[in-house]
Design a protein around this ligand. Structure first.
Ligand code: THU
Length: 133
């Protein structure tokens, strides 16, 4: 299995474990960090809706806990006709740990539907460099 296939399989498993009883919209996310290690996350909803969290957030938390801080490549996976691209807040969360050319694969259970760079998803972004004044 190549690394992308491994990421897709981890994302499928994460989707299957998502806690989404309110939206029934199950999302999995997998980060390949610079170390080569893979980190997965799923969305976790809450009866108090705004307290829920996205799959990308979970994957970022796992990465930080694992000792990595640089996202090399990422998979985001969800069902439906429309592309499940990271929400606006998650684009900014990814931005903290990625470069403009970091590739995000937008996927469904069957595989990659579209691959985009962070710069395409979040152009002219605000990041840690802005605070180095
Ligand atoms: N969701 C994610 O986990 N990631 C995204 O990028 C889009 C939305 C989740 C949040 C919520 O649990 C459900 O999908 C419906 O919005």
């Amino acid at each position: 299995m190549n690394i992308l296939e491994e990421m897709l399989q981890m994302a499928r498993d994460a989707m299957d474990r998502a806690y989404a009883p309110y939206s029934n919209f199950f999302v999995g996310a997998v980060i390949k960090a610079e170390s080569g290690r893979l980190y997965a996350g799923c969305n976790v909803e809450n009866a108090s809706y705004p307290a829920g969290s996205c799959a990308e957030q979970g994957a970022i938390s796992a990465m930080i806990l694992g000792g990595d801080t640089k996202i090399q490549e990422m998979v985001v996976m969800g069902n439906g006709e429309h592309l499940v691209s990271p929400c606006g807040s998650c684009r900014q969360r990814i931005r903290e740990f990625a470069n403009s050319d970091t590739v995000i694969h937008i996927c469904d259970r069957n595989g990659v539907r579209k691959s985009m760079t962070l710069e395409e998803l979040l152009p002219i972004s605000f990041g840690p460099e802005n605070l180095k004044v």
